[in-house]
Ligand binder design. Structure first.
Ligand SMILES: Nc1ncnc2c1ncn2[C@@H]1O[C@H](COP(=O)(O)OP(=O)(O)OP(=O)(O)O)[C@@H](O)[C@H]1O
Length: 370
């Protein structure tokens, strides 16, 4: 657990970058700091590994004030990933990844073996190990940056806009990769971004900051979307909050009809029982019409709704993890689920705790938008 206790950072010229910030970063989860440019995200992050020291307040790492730990020792337990990877240009990829193990005095063979293992872990072809950074794409360089930060297996990972410099497609795949890695490794990650969609996708907890270094709200993504603390947070979250919130409601509770027929339509399957389209009832060889599928075991209510909206029948086709037909969700069932989702009050105790900044945060920010 990392705890910010009334942390303020005033730079030499009087700029208050972070103002009385109090929050907790839980162990083994991803906490995202998000907010507009200049709101103090990077300053907050860098105070954790003492690249910057606070002017007031304390930061505790598992109950120890980080200022009581000398910076090199502290940073051995904290991986750091930045935008544009920050790789050493004249070192081969394998040696870039092995940087910290070398510093820790590991022998070269062991350090390189660890680097090769990590390259694979972050989804890179080990054949790239002998190249130099300029011979890699931006997305590949970012993966190397993540591998390097993980090399000494630190419990904490700080990531400062690590995926901002790559195109949206590569960015999405880097985000997926991070989620996959995190499911395996369960590091304590603090991730800085100005992109609210990235924050909602990656964060177990999202801290929204506003310019002046004030905490506007800290909450899990579903609570943030459902109950923004004020107009600033609602505006920052942007449009479609209701729809986006459906991504956090599992589809597993939807009632499935196991037959392939719904009024006017039936699901056509291939010989392996995989859906291939909707066909008008009684139209044996008629044309196949578009369809959408979702997997109740893994997907959200949003995915089920999407599958229904793609179909002429208005019904969603459920499949098992192997893509085989598992049932149909009718419009009525979806309607009921959507009704429950919109009426579903979040647990009051939980949302009260999430909707307001911790003590010492911005006193203006705790009001739920009306
Ligand atoms: N060394 C410094 N001296 C003076 N002011 C600084 C210094 N570093 C940052 N600032 C100011 O502190 C404020 C917060 O900066 P910080 O980099 O933490 O914000 P940020 O939210 O990470 O911004 P961005 O998203 O643009 O990177 C800004 O107003 C910035 O200009």
């Amino acid at each position: 657990m990392i705890t910010f206790e009334g942390v303020t950072k005033r730079y030499g010229d009087g700029t208050v970058a972070v103002d009385n910030l109090s929050l907790q970063v839980p162990t083994g989860a991803v906490t995202v700091f998000v907010g507009p440019s200049g709101c103090g995200k990077t300053t907050s992050l860098r105070m954790i590994n003492r690249m910057i020291d606070p002017s007031e307040g304390r930061i505790l790492l598992d109950d120890r004030d980080v200022r009581a730990i000398d910076p090199p020792t502290l940073r051995r337990g904290i991986g750091y990933v930045i935008q544009q990877s920050g790789l050493f240009p004249h070192r081969k990829i394998v040696d870039n990844v092995a940087t910290v193990p070398y510093l820790l005095g590991w022998d070269k063979k062991k350090a390189r073996a660890r680097a090769m293992e990590l390259l694979e872990r972050v989804g890179l072809d080990p054949a790239l190990a002998g190249r130099y950074p300029f011979q890699l794409s931006g997305g590949q360089q970012q993966r190397v940056g993540v591998a390097r930060a993980l090399a000494a297996d630190p419990p904490v990972l700080l990531m400062d806009e690590p995926f901002s410099a790559v195109d949206p497609v590569v960015r999405a795949s880097l985000q997926e990769e991070l989620l996959r890695l995190q499911a395996e490794l369960q590091k304590t990650i603090v991730f800085v971004t100005h992109d609210i969609d990235e924050a909602i996708k990656l964060g177990d907890t999202v801290a929204v900051l506003r310019v002046g270094g004030h905490l506007a709200q800290i909450a899990d993504p579903a609570t943030l979307l459902a109950e923004p603390a004020d107009d600033f947070v609602a505006g920052f979250l942007g449009k479609d909050r209701g729809i986006r919130r459906l991504s956090f409601i599992p589809a597993s509770k939807l009632r499935l009809s196991t037959g392939r027929e719904v009024p006017g339509w039936s699901v056509a399957l291939d010989e392996d029982d995989r859906p291939i389209g909707w066909r008008a009832s009684g139209d044996g060889d008629g044309p196949l019409r578009p369809f959408g599928v979702f997997d109740p075991a893994q997907d959200s209510l949003r995915a089920a709704l999407d599958a229904a909206l793609l179909a002429p029948s208005g019904c969603a086709i459920a499949v098992d993890p192997g893509g085989r037909f598992a049932g149909v969700v009718t419009r009525e069932t979806l309607d009921e689920a959507l009704g429950r989702a919109s009426g579903e009050a979040l647990d009051p105790a939980r949302s009260a705790a999430h909707a307001r900044p911790a003590a010492g945060g911005d006193p203006d920010a705790g009001q739920a938008a009306g």
